[in-house]
Design a binder for this molecule. Structure first.
Ligand SMILES: Cc1ncc(COP(=O)(O)O)c(C=O)c1O
Length: 395
């Protein structure tokens, strides 16, 4: 078993070897610019991009022309939010989102506020869910966009996006969803969801980093969108820049595999997650599960522990590669806004772990993780209480 055991698949995933194999020729012999119309190198690149676009669209039930390649879900969400706001500014300056969104959505919302828009950030319940009735109540005549993530990246809560989208459609308000964590883990169909815009990321689904896409619904009512990256006319003028063909090919293959494997991987990961959760809860008191029992991403488990501190926890669990309840990208680390939003105390927020199980996770990994967490937390608590733990428990 490889150590540390990788249990951070919600942060990123390894590239599937089939994805790497698909990408490699597009770094070497098929290196052409997909925009070159005058020779074989360009045609081959263009063909590969076309096929990848078809793969991405097929998994979502979308049309290939509705897929705009971007550098990832962050850029896709920036394009969706700022692009709709800029296009609709004459109609209204109000947008709605909710407090547990990823920073990829919260960031552009702050920018809109700086440009005179009004942003309503709805609260969530103790399981991290937004009430569709609250969205309906927040809609105003000047509301132009609602952005509601499909699945949360820390606690795995799946939001009632289809319900919210139906309410918005009736009021002619456009809907964006950040599906970076949902795709490949739960079924994602743009028609079933009824959304206008949907963000995707390659590296969450065993594809390469630095690639993603925005789904932009084609047809009536039109989705008004203004480009946020200017230059060439690539991607129907909505995202300028030479297409990174190898990344797009890898993303397309990752999406194709995600679609093919979903029916098996979803239940397998849900089962492993349940075994992990049950094992830790059986071995320890004072553990709180963050996120809902039903309607949670398979493979996602967030736990808060009484009587330990977060940094001690991560240090004690060096055999496991996982995330704490703090956003480590920031310096100093800031407590999770998601755990705070569901009502966890500051002490519990700091004493939290996020497990993300994935394609490479085995039952043996989960058993080892249970032992590691139970022993680690027991020994931290014993140390805190000034009790010397019995031999064999310290790790
Ligand atoms: C829900 C969610 N949205 C957006 C992102 C950002 O995606 P990317 O790294 O492709 O920009 C992430 C990744 O951390 C995420 O979990």
């Amino acid at each position: 078993m490889k150590r540390p055991i990788y249990l951070d698949h919600l942060a990123t995933t390894p590239c599937d070897p089939r994805v790497v194999a698909a990408m490699l020729p597009y770094l070497t012999e098929h290196f052409g610019n997909a925009g070159s119309r005058t020779h074989q190198y360009g045609w081959a690149a263009d063909e590969a991009v076309k096929l990848a676009r078809e793969h991405v669209a097929a998994v979502l039930g979308a049309q290939p022309r509705e897929i705009i390649f971007t550098s990832g879900a962050t850029e896709a969400s920036n394009l969706a939010i700022k692009g709709v706001a800029e296009a609709c500014v004459a109609r209204g300056r109000h947008v709605i989102t909710q407090v547990t969104e990823h920073h990829a959505v919260l960031g552009p919302m702050e920018i809109l506020e700086k440009h005179g828009f009004s942003v309503t950030r709805l609260p969530v319940d103790a399981e991290g869910r937004v009430d569709p009735a609250a969205v309906e109540a927040a809609l105003r005549p000047d509301t132009i966009l609602v952005s509601l993530m499909l699945a949360n990246n820390e606690i795995g809560t799946v939001q009632p996006v289809a319900e919210v989208a139906a309410l918005c459609r009736a009021r002619d308000v456009r809907v964006h969803t950040d599906a970076a964590q949902a795709v490949g883990k739960i079924p994602v169909d743009v028609h079933a969801l009824g959304v206008d815009l949907l963000s995707l990321s390659g590296h969450k689904i065993y594809g390469p980093k630095g690639i993603g896409a925005l789904y932009v619904r084609h047809g009536q009512p039109r989705v008004p969108l203004v480009a946020q990256v200017h230059g060439g006319s690539q991607e129907r003028g909505l995202r300028a820049g030479t297409l990174p063909v190898h990344q797009i090919v890898g993303f397309g293959e990752a999406m194709r595999l995600a679609g093919d494997l979903l029916a098996d991987e979803g239940p397998r990961l849900a089962h492993l997650r349940d075994v992990l959760q049950a094992g830790i809860l059986a071995g320890l008191d004072g553990v709180y599960v963050n996120g809902p029992a039903e309607g949670r991403l398979p493979g996602a488990l967030s736990l808060s522990f009484d009587g330990v501190d977060g940094q001690g926890l991560i240090t004690a669990l060096r055999e496991l590669a996982l995330s704490s309840g703090s956003a480590c990208m920031s310096d100093p680390p800031t407590p999770s806004h998601v755990l705070a939003a569901i009502g966890r105390s500051p002490a519990l927020v700091h004493a939290s772990l996020r497990f993300g199980l994935g394609r490479g996770t085995t039952a043996a990994d989960v058993d080892a993780a249970v032992t590691c967490v139970v022993d680690g937390v027991r020994s931290l608590r014993a140390r805190r209480a000034g009790v010397h733990p019995p031999a064999g428990i310290m790790r």
